[in-house]
Write a protein that binds this ligand. Sequence first.
Ligand SMILES: Cc1cc2nc3c(=O)[nH]c(=O)nc-3n(C[C@H](O)[C@H](O)[C@H](O)COP(=O)(O)OP(=O)(O)OC[C@H]3O[C@@H](n4cnc5c(N)ncnc54)[C@H](O)[C@@H]3O)c2cc1C
Length: 329
Amino acid sequence: MQAGRGVLIVGEASNGGLGPTTAELLAAGRALLRDLEGELTVGLVGHNLAMAAETAIQAGADRVYTVDDALLQDLPADLCLSALAELYQTVTPEVILIARTAWGREVAPRLAGRLGVGLLQDCLEVGIEADSGRLTALRPVCGGNFLARVRCTGSPQMAALRPQTYAPLTPEPGRRGEVVAVPVALDASQVRARVVRRVRHEHSGVSLTEARVVISGGRGLGGPEPFRDLEELAGTLGAAVGASRAAVDAGWVPGYWQIGLTGATIAPELYITVGISGASQHMAGCSGAKVIVAINTDAEAPIFREARYGVVADWQAVLPAFMEAVRSL
Ligand SMILES: Cc1cc2nc3c(=O)[nH]c(=O)nc-3n(C[C@H](O)[C@H](O)[C@H](O)COP(=O)(O)OP(=O)(O)OC[C@H]3O[C@@H](n4cnc5c(N)ncnc54)[C@H](O)[C@@H]3O)c2cc1C
């Protein structure tokens, strides 16, 4: 494999615009370039990418490469791989960063396989090791109980980052950069899996992963009904409602409410947990929260090690008073 230069962000376009994780990866890539030489480029595959490409420049990219084709409209993994492999040959970066979104989870390992290199998976932070100049990353292991520092050995060096672990750079509306269309002859017969139906999560109000305030309930709520109280409180606060896996597994709330290692990753300004013990697998999804508030009857619950403010009490006593106070404010 030839030695590359710079950082290639495998970006994502959504609804004609740039997906939020691409701006986060640009911040990570820009930080890496303090210790690497070369440009910060974004590779976009999909269809009608002009606006997303422009936004990527404003979000910090020096150059954007696009493979824009109607066949890529639904992002079929097989064709995306051909397009990404071609982008790699065009850009020849030293480092490739991709977000660990649903699409990223599908294509990142396959792209690594195609390039014959390893992939640092589920990274919370990436850096360049001073002595070796290799890409290193911090990633949760053993169900989130430990963090391991791992290092890339192949070339190009490749990492998949967990969403919401880097704050995007401040966008610069007048920023200029080149957008390069990469011609790739795609073969529709290569598609082995097709999207047959898309099911949208019905949710009114704020999305869990973008909310500035999130209120979550756990097994300590005792059943599905108290989640209606959390929804009411969330409505007053302009917040989103989440849950622990125990509440999801009990069938009290839908699976897409789950926060944690095997659920959503959130990074709100304020995270209020009610009847959640704070197991490491739950905390793996909310370690980016700025302020955690916990309501729990057990003073020894691990959540109190993470919470800035805690109430050791039955939620049934605390929540009505809290809701009243919020309403009056
Ligand atoms: C591979 C793997 C992946 C996992 N992924 C996830 C994940 O993504 N997300 C996740 O959440 N979990 C995940 N888990 C499960 C995790 O280990 C915990 O089992 C789970 O988070 C516990 O949920 P909980 O805190 O609601 O329940 P519990 O641990 O049972 O805690 C309930 C809490 O409520 C308190 N309580 C009880 N009654 C009241 C009351 N009346 N008022 C106030 N507090 C009360 C109790 O003191 C207790 O601390 C995973 C586990 C594994 C092995």
